[in-house]
Design a protein around this ligand. Sequence first.
Ligand SMILES: Nc1ncnc2c1ncn2[C@@H]1O[C@H](COP(=O)(O)OP(=O)(O)OP(=O)(O)O)[C@@H](O)[C@H]1O
Ligand SMILES: [Mg+2]
Length: 428
Amino acid sequence: MSLSSEKALEILSRFSRLVSATGAPENEMLPLLANAAVDLLDAGGAAVVEVLESGAARVVAVRDVPEALVGLAVELDTIGPELGERLMRAAAGRFVPGDTLPLTVPLVSGGDLFGALVMFFEHATQLDTDQLRLAQGLVDLAATGIGQAVRNARLSRTLTELQASREVLARTEKLRALGQMAAGVSHDLKNVLSPLFLLVQLLKRKPKDPAIIETAALQIEQVVRRGVQTVERLRAFSRQAPEETQPADLNLLVVEAIDLSRPRLLRVGAPIDLHVALGEPPTVALQPSELVTSVLNLIVNAVEAMPDGGKITVRTGVGERTAQAGDSDDDDLAPTGWVAVEDDGPGIPPELERRIFEPFFTTKGDEGTGLGLALVYAFVQRHGGAIQVDTELARGTRFTLSFPAVRHGTSSVRPLGLQEWTNGRGKL
Ligand SMILES: Nc1ncnc2c1ncn2[C@@H]1O[C@H](COP(=O)(O)OP(=O)(O)OP(=O)(O)O)[C@@H](O)[C@H]1O
Ligand SMILES: [Mg+2]
């Protein structure tokens, strides 16, 4: 039978419509190809072999060939002229050898082999070049469709995998943050709770003076309250609740931090002089227990920097906020309230200075976790404040934390001027 080019075009366009209408999953397209071979090309029967991603190949669709052939495994290297002979043998009885000509056309797209269409023609002489070309056209169309489908499937699998790994990453990141938070909380808790031991020792000695008992009880109450608030931070973090800030009196909180630090100073074998110079800082908004633990962290660092003793000065005061981008000209520049902890220790070498705020950076080996300053830094950042380090080798170090004032009004604690306290280990 010869095929007019008009008919061939019609067949091709019908098939291409079919291919594009199926949305192209290969399990629908391959039976279509087998049908097209019989209905459009007048083949006596057809079988389609698919190459799977695993590299195995098998018959996936047949038309006018025994159904038993579906599922038959095929060697990849037989995809070629041998394949037709192999399928004819497998479909024993259906075709008369010598009378039937098998024709195999591989499905290739983008350099990938997706399978093959095998057509069985009853009378070899019926097949002309136009029909061959048409068969090739159909197979190319199907291969392009399958190639596209396979590429789409791969793409969507990659996207799903990407999505999944993003979720895993986000979970890991959350866990990591939680871990850091937990480490930070336990770091601060250790500092906050350490006075308890001394206070309990004091009470165990059954002091006669009721004033001593009352002061110790009040201090224990305060320590426990700050301890609970410190742990509360972890809970708030895991609930992702916004931080609760409140108008705070820097002087009051600094005095509390100094009280909490005294037991730590008493443990030092060398003389430590503590000077307190409270100014008149404005009210600031922050989370009070975090300010207390931050100042405590700075005092503990100062003590640890001076194993042979030294002088620590804690100051508060009012400062000018430096104008920032976005401030309008006629805005009153609100003042800041600041607190500084200063020591006359060894200072910080310039090459270490830029690393001190990194979590887990420590020069104290197993004695330090390197979390203290990272926590202070994070706290100040969260409250829109600033942190400044002034340090000079062999002269000492000063850390200044400043916070924007929230409203007019100054500390309710009267400035004490310069106050002195020593840990009783003699003169410096
Ligand atoms: N006042 C200071 N004088 C000199 N060096 C300091 C001072 N404060 C901090 N440093 C340096 O900064 C490093 C980091 O301090 P940070 O408080 O973050 O951790 P740490 O004190 O080493 O450990 P942790 O706070 O967990 O006990 C310290 O190891 C130390 O080298
Ligand atoms: Mg520290």
